[in-house]
Write a protein that binds this ligand. Structure first.
Ligand SMILES: Cc1ncc(COP(=O)(O)O)c(C=O)c1O
Length: 704
């Protein structure tokens, strides 16, 4: 643990005032200014400084901090630069303890142990990791312990009493208390339930409690400070910086003035305090002497009942505010899967969905390939036009059991959004769908459909304005409204238990296909295939065959403009493991752990991550993953359209292209089952748009 941090809180207590914990983003508004701003925070009365490490996908942060991250990344701020900023500030007289705050993926990319060591050398006292709850933090926490750095856990309003002891057990210097549900951001009022919440937490711990989220004024500072040992201000300081930049003012001076006004500590007082033996330059005590008695390798109790990992992939890397909700969801899911009445209820909607979907021999495609039989699992004939409805019906039944009346969802191609809006209409629930602006443009028809069904569609303008950003925004909504809202995740992605839940409801695809091919051919398929975006139609098709070792499993990813360009979405083929959207999986990321923008002609495959079970199937060698680029997908699209009279979704077209290729390689007595995940009506506009460029590449001239 950090002596500096401990002293910062004990000194403030001795002076009968709350410790002032300030937050800024490293590299904002420009990397050259950070050291001066750090020193100005100290002069303004900060007792502790949190230095935010920028990340492309800060899913628990509001617009102010998101913006500061974007600016900082634009100037190339990374972990190495952030460490150097602390070193330089220490050299120029910064004595206040510094805590790094950020998301896990950049830490993984830097190397956990190297980072902890480098932090210690640079004079960083602790780490707050927004998406690393205790269940996932044992390796990082043990490294902090080994090298004598503090690991600072978070407690949220939704944290139950049964969980608080776990969080206090992993804390040493202080605990960060999130004072309200929601993302970071300055607010007009302090949460009225704060006193009750603080009393609840104080029953369990004597560790100092710093309260943050929403604090911006002197009045807030005094009010919040009366309930805890420290007050955190972040977004407001970022706004002060932004306004100073816009007004052409001296940023460090404005920051210093704001801080001293808000905490009410005068320069004279500070000068006197600095002569006392307080927060010294010694960053840590001897390793392992914190209050935490967690030996190396010891794992803490997990609040989840099921295994959260598929091999090395999966887990639940979420802000603390969501953990209770996920464990509740897992419990209800376990109850439902053990309850025959739930299965019967799900199946009672088969008439609505139009299940079972047909398994059809694509005889002209088969002839064209001249090899194995190509069978189509016709999910395109489902109500709403894709496989997404299977999962939407299943999860809305779970939401009903959870007593949640408001549903949120993310969507890329709009098919999941349409499926969700549809079941919300059918079940009489409120529906909000987040969709990237770029996808709204590409899939205008689906936006219109969702609105007609009564859903609110929220266009997302951050980041790449596609599916990943829609997920970030849906997560932000969820952390704000977690008590009333179910997040109906649309693919086999996200934190545990979502990949398992989505797999469960989509496995109807593979289970039916297995039975149907048995009826038609008296055998198992030789190959099962599906396109892979997040991987829900694929895992639904694959899962029932994983133990059937004779069955080859092939997933097809989107190669966009080509895997050797920087415009593709081939996550499994070209990515590396990391953590995004709550799960450890393959990701398209740069060497600093920042997420790369993807491209595919099909909005539904345009995602830089993939379901964690696919990562496991890839690494274990059980499944193969191939890539079809935009032009090849268009070949698959054209073949099915013109040989079978079925216009497929562009997503499914990727799988169709490789189904033809694989069929060519196999003899005629073999059978390939390919998941036709959706129909192409939604894609007419896109195909018309890309044909002038892609048409000549594949010899398709469709000028009318
Ligand atoms: C028709 C269709 N197929 C496939 C996908 C990709 O999703 P997943 O990989 O979860 O099946 C989508 C996503 O929107 C889709 O609309």
């Amino acid at each position: 643990m950090s002596t500096g941090l401990r002293k910062a809180f004990s000194n403030a207590k001795a002076e009968n005032r709350p410790a002032f914990v300030t937050f800024i983003t490293a590299g904002y508004p420009h990397p050259n200014l950070t050291v001066d701003i750090l020193l100005s925070l100290q002069r303004g009365g900060a007792d502790v400084i949190e230095l935010g490490i920028p990340f492309t996908d800060p899913l628990a942060d509001g617009p102010t901090i998101q913006y500061s991250n974007t600016v900082s990344l634009k100037y190339g701020t990374d972990m190495t630069m952030s460490l150097q900023m602390v070193r330089d500030a220490r050299a120029r007289g910064l004595t206040v303890p510094v805590v790094f705050m950020g998301y896990y993926n950049p830490v993984l990319a830097y190397g956990e142990e190297k980072l902890v060591k480098d932090c210690k050398d640079a004079g960083v006292n602790g780490y707050i990791m927004v998406d690393l709850p205790p269940e996932e933090s044992h390796s990082f926490r043990n490294l902090c312990l080994k090298h004598g750095m503090s690991y600072v856990p978070l407690i949220a309003p939704s944290t139950t009493n049964s969980r608080i002891p776990l969080l206090t057990e992993v804390s040493d210097a202080f605990i960060y208390v999130v004072s309200r549900l929601g993302v970071t951001g300055a607010k007009k009022e302090v949460n009225k339930e704060l006193p009750e919440m603080m009393n609840r937490i104080k029953q369990f711990t004597n560790v100092p409690l710093a309260i943050g989220f929403g604090v911006s004024t002197r009045e807030h500072f005094d009010l919040v400070g009366s309930h805890g040992d420290g007050v955190v201000i972040g977004s407001r300081i970022i706004t002060v910086i932004r306004e100073a930049v816009e007004a052409g003012k001296d940023v460090p001076q404005v920051v210093e003035q704001y801080c001293s006004e808000v905490c009410g500590r005068k320069a004279v007082e500070l000068a006197a305090a600095s002569t006392q033996p307080q927060a010294d330059l010694e960053v840590t005590d001897a390793a392992g002497q914190g209050v935490v008695a967690v030996g190396e390798g010891k794992k803490l109790k997990s609040f989840y009942e099921l295994a959260t990992y598929f091999g090395d992939f999966g887990g639940a890397f979420v802000p603390e505010v969501l953990v209770d909700c996920l464990t509740q969801l897992e419990r209800v899911f376990i109850d439902c899967t053990n309850d025959p009445a739930f299965k019967a209820e799900f199946e009672s909607y088969y008439d609505y969905i139009a299940r079972p979907s047909r398994l059809q021999l694509a005889d002209r495609m088969t002839q064209e390939a001249g090899g194995a039989n190509i069978w189509l699992k016709r999910e395109d004939l489902n109500h709403t036009g894709s496989h997404k409805i299977n999962n939407a019906v299943g999860q809305i039944l779970l939401a009903k059991r959870l007593g949640k009346k408001r549903i949120i969802a993310e969507t890329g191609a709009g098919q999941h959004g349409v499926a969700t809006a549809t079941v919300c209409a059918k079940f009489g629930m409120e529906c909000v769908v987040y969709m990237g602006e770029e996808d709204c443009r590409r899939q205008g028809l689906n936006v219109f459909r969702m609105r007609m069904l009564g859903a609110t569609v929220v266009p997302v303008s951050s980041g790449s304005r596609t599916l990943k950003d829609a997920i970030n925004e849906a997560m932000r909504d969820w952390v704000t409204n977690v008590s009333t809202t179910h997040y109906l995740v649309g693919s086999a992605i996200g934190p545990h238990p979502f990949p398992m839940i989505v797999r469960h409801f989509q496995s109807v695809i593979g289970n039916e296909a297995k039975r149907q091919l048995q009826e038609k051919r008296g055998k198992l398929p030789d190959v099962v295939m599906a396109c892979v975006g997040g991987g829900s139609n694929a895992i639904g098709m694959f899962h029932p065959f994983v133990e059937d070792k004779s069955v080859r499993i092939i997933g097809v990813e989107a190669g966009g403009s080509g895997v050797n360009t920087d415009r593709h979405s081939a996550t499994l083929s070209k990515g590396t493991p990391g953590v995004l959207h709550g799960t450890r999986t393959y990701l398209l990321q740069d060497e600093k752990g920042q997420i790369i923008e993807t491209h595919s002609v099909s909005a539904g495959l345009d995602y830089p991550g993939v379901g964690p079970e696919h990562s496991y199937l890839k690494d274990s060698g059980r499944a193969e993953y191939r890539v079809a680029d935009d032009a090849q997908a268009l070949i698959g699209f054209r073949k099915l359209t013109q040989l079978e009279g079925i216009i497929p979704a562009l997503e499914s077209s990727h799988a169709l292209y490789h189904a033809l290729e694989v069929a060519k390689e196999l003899p005629k007595d073999k059978d390939i089952v390919v998941c036709l995940s959706g129909r192409g009506d939604k894609d007419m506009h896109t195909v018309a748009e890309v044909l002038p460029e892609l048409g000549p590449k594949i010899g398709w001239d469709l000028r009318f």
